[in-house]
Design a binder for this molecule. Structure first.
Ligand code: NAD
Ligand code: UGA
Length: 480
């Protein structure tokens, strides 16, 4: 049993603290947010994360997990101090290190004995050295400190499983012995361990997130091509993913990535690279494509509904992804703002993030369930692919809508079935084939003399579901 302190009781800190406690360590979780600590002490989770409440309860019961706002108390017996505070974006795209700096200064002021400080927050290269400098500057005695970077790769919604079954655990430090000691804490996980230098560990985290975001933007670009040419991006992703070198993960086309990490981390890496004199053009394209994924929804809606002024649009799902209540950089927030700017009325429903949504989007009308959401709607957009949306009574949903327009931002429905049900179904990257692709293929419109077979390109047959967009706004004349 080791004595650990975890600073920051958010998604990463709470998961880290609860999991290390469950592995038999004694953990003190510290946060400066008093209400958050009060609610944790009362057994209430400040965030929605599957399995977390039970894990916390069990370890509190066995005295392995305690909560405090007091640095002196938290550090009193600690051998290892994990920092898991937020590192949001600054206005210029760089990472805002105020919380990290403040945590480091507080550690220094309450330092009574040698410590290993482990940075789990996602921070720019050099931040580990910054923490060491702050400690040296603020400490009041000769106690020594080693700084280890130990980036976290868990995902919200599956945080506990990801923490306990990592693909790898990375450590970087100027003090290899300290890195080895931290690695010992992870031995029960039997995970692949990689020990490297401090700066390399810091960069591994950004490079990993940026690469995953690149996969998403790549498939979103392919989705746009699929829409024009009449292919199905889901099957394209399937076909690509079967190649082990590519892999199927992170190839779901949709409304673009959101959440508290990809958007800020791609921005921060781009900022860091540019500041270092590099030309991060791929990262810039990744961000541009991501932003365009939000806009394409507005374009699609205008195609079928015309002017959006006064139209009622329902957002099915508000969290940035399923199984979380987190709405940081959620597609729903961007899309709601864009729709409101167009003069549309926006309604929303989410199975778990309604309280968060009420704060994040006060102008939005929040509904009790998907059917109430659909009532008198001109269109419903699937924004988050919650499992419960996959089994909706779609006939009932359609009956209550003013117009049966369903924009499937996450491709959860079968286009053919939606057609049969009478929806105007607009998936993502699933065929709005152009009438004629001869110009794209640069094929001569007439066959080569003497050959009537094989050389003529058949006029592309639009899929049934694509008829909707061809009629555009006039399709609805008289139905208001
Ligand atoms: P969060 O916003 O959920 O939680 C951060 C917590 O730190 C807050 O409760 C805040 O009150 C507390 N805090 C801030 N300053 C403090 C201080 N000086 N002392 C004590 N507590 C302080 O953040 P998060 O989502 O858990 O992310 C934390 C870090 O981990 C970020 O750098 C993030 O990029 C990274 N990360 C997040 C995830 C994720 O899925 N959320 C995954 C991997 C890495
Ligand atoms: C992501 C990474 O997956 C984690 O490894 C990392 O630790 C974390 O960021 C972090 O640094 O915070 P997370 O943001 O929780 O985790 O969620 P993901 O499941 O990766 O999804 C991120 C966004 O990408 C979501 O908006 C999701 O809808 C979108 N996404 C994901 C797609 O659009 N397509 C996909 O194929 C996968």
């Amino acid at each position: 049993m080791r004595n650990l302190c975890v600073i920051g009781a958010g998604y990463v800190g709470l998961t880290t603290g609860a999991c290390f406690a469950d592995l038999g360590n004694r953990v003190t979780l510290l946060d400066i947010d008093e209400p958050r600590i009060q609610s944790l002490r009362a057994g209430q989770m400040p965030i929605y994360e599957p399995g977390l409440e039970e894990l916390v309860r069990r370890n509190v019961k066995f005295d392995r997990l305690t909560f405090t706002t007091d640095y002196a108390e938290a550090l009193a017996d600690a051998e290892f101090v994990f920092i898991a505070v937020n590192t949001p974006s600054r206005a210029d795209g760089g990472a805002d290190l105020r919380y990290l700096q403040s945590a480091a200064a507080s550690i220094a002021r309450h330092l009574t004995h040698p410590l290993i400080i482990i940075n789990k927050s996602t921070v720019p290269v050099g931040a580990g050295d910054l923490v060491a400098d702050i400690i040296a500057q603020h400490k009041r005695n000769g106690a020594t400190v080693s700084v280890v970077s130990n980036p976290e790769f868990l995902r919200e919604g599956s945080a506990i499983a990801d923490f306990l079954n990592p693909d790898r655990v990375v450590f970087g430090s100027r003090d290899p012995e300290a890195a080895q000691r931290v690695a010992q804490l992870y031995l029960p996980l039997r995970a692949r361990i990689m020990i490297t230098d401090l700066r390399t560990a810091e960069l591994i985290k950004y490079a990993s997130n940026a690469f995953l975001a690149t996969k998403i933007s790549f498939i979103n670009e392919i989705a746009a091509i699929c829409e024009k040419l009449g292919a199905d991006v889901k099957e394209v992703a399937e076909g690509m993913g079967l190649d082990k070198r590519i892999g199927r993960a992170m190839l779901d086309a949709g409304l673009g990535y959101g959440g508290s990490c990809f958007p800020k981390d791609v921005k921060a890496l781009e900022h860091m690279a540019a500041a270092a004199g590099c030309h991060p053009q791929l990262l810039r394209a990744v961000m541009e494509i991501n932003q365009d994924q939000r806009w394409q929804i507005i374009r699609k809606l205008k195609d079928v509904l015309g002017d959006l002024r006064g139209k009622s649009i329902g957002l099915l799902g508000l969290a940035f992804k399923p199984n979380t209540d987190d709405m940081r950089e959620a597609a729903s927030v961007d899309i709601a703002q864009m729709l409101q700017a167009e003069g549309a009325r926006v309604k929303g429903y989410d199975p778990v993030s309604m309280a968060v949504a009420a704060k994040a989007m006060p102008e939005m009308l929040l509904c009790e369930d998907p059917y109430e959401l659909a009532e008198r709607c001109d269109a419903v957009i699937v924004v988050t692919e919650w499992n419960e949306f996959k089994q909706l009574d779609l006939e009932r949903l359609k009956r209550s809508m003013k117009k049966p327009v369903l924009v499937d931002g996450r491709n959860i429905y079968d286009p053919e079935k939606m057609d049969e049900l009478g929806f105007i179904y607009l998936g993502t990257g699933r065929g709005y084939p152009m009438d004629d692709i001869t110009s794209i293929l640069s094929v001569h419109p007439e066959p080569v003399e003497g050959s009537q077979r094989g050389s003529r390109l058949h006029r592309h047959q639009p899929l049934g579901r694509a008829h909707a967009v061809q009629g555009h706004a006039d399709l609805w004349q008289g139905r208001d």
